[in-house]
Design a protein around this ligand. Structure first.
Ligand code: NAP
Length: 253
């Protein structure tokens, strides 16, 4: 039986986290939103917001204690494995209830030409010899993985303008922030005469447009599998998370 009103830490950085923030604010739940601080102009949230790392598991545990957090909602990107692992450990250490708001992984349908890879390194090693025109839709953090394959043309989509030269001799970038649409992504792939799409299996609606566009244009896709995480409670929607909060989540997951 829950005896105190929840005080929530919401780990964000995704479209789903912003949806969760709106749901918490609308429900009048005491909550703090946390960004890693990867982009110059993060989306404004309807919750008090903090920005920056906590300092590993011990830093996060100290933050949970200092702010009397009762519930942690991990709505980070499925490839943000470090913070998710830290959240599992820090919640166990402080007996804070934990739930992950996790979108289901994308699955191929008729007309998709996907190859799955366990890592970006595996995908880079499997690039064909003939120079491709690649939409490298993996964000900005892991571009170096492809630096030893300078033959292709790479199209990047970034939130902020690059502050250092891109590690490719033949590349272009567009600045944009999701959610994206099938129409605009199909036009983008056509405009740059893309022959191969490389993406992380992020799941969700906002980023799936590139896969739908690849299907529409009969393009192959290299899709990177999600990193494995220890078992943790998972909700698929903000509504499910609210039910979990209202019905007194067990602490110390
Ligand atoms: P990561 O590798 O799991 O995290 C690295 C470190 O960044 C963490 O140890 C933590 O630092 C800090 N951090 C991450 N998320 C945080 C948050 N919400 N609040 C405070 N600190 C956070 O994650 P990442 O790949 O760097 O991604 C960072 C953020 O970008 C995440 O919030 C994620 O949702 C978002 N994002 C990631 C991807 C991706 O493909 N990885 C794509 C889109 C958006 P300390 O150890 O110091 O606490």
């Amino acid at each position: 039986m829950q005896t105190q009103p929840p005080c929530v830490l919401l780990l964000g950085g995704t479209t789903e986290a912003s949806r969760m923030a709106r749901a918490l604010a609308a429900a009048g739940i005491d909550a703090i939103f946390s960004y890693a601080g990867r982009t110059q102009t993060p989306v404004a949230q309807p919750l008090p917001t903090r920005i920056g790392g906590f300092g590993g598991v011990s830093g996060l545990a100290a933050y949970l204690r200092a702010n009397a957090i009762t519930h942690l909602i991990d709505a980070t990107h499925p490839f943000a494995a470090q913070i998710s692992r830290n959240a599992i450990s820090a919640c166990a250490e402080t007996a804070t209830a934990l739930i992950a708001l996790e979108r289901p992984a994308w699955a191929p349908g008729p007309g998709d030409h996907w190859r799955n890879f366990p890592s970006l390194e595996h995908a880079a090693a499997a690039l064909p010899e003939k120079p491709e025109r690649i939409f490298l839709a993996i964000g900005k953090q892991n571009l170096d993985v492809f630096a030893h394959r300078p033959e292709p043309f790479y199209l990047l989509r970034l939130v902020d303008a690059p502050t250092a030269p891109l590690p490719f001799p033949n590349a272009a970038h567009v600045l944009d922030r999701g959610p994206f649409s099938l129409e605009s992504d199909r036009a983008l792939l056509r405009r740059h005469r893309i022959t191969l799409v490389i993406a992380k299996n992020a799941g969700g609606d906002g980023a799936r447009a590139k896969l739908d566009a690849a299907r529409a244009l009969h393009l192959p896709v290299f899709l990177i599998d999600r990193p494995a995480l220890p078992a943790r409670p998972i909700a698929a929607t903000p509504e499910e998370v609210l039910r979990w909060l209202h019905h007194g989540a067990a602490r110390g997951v």
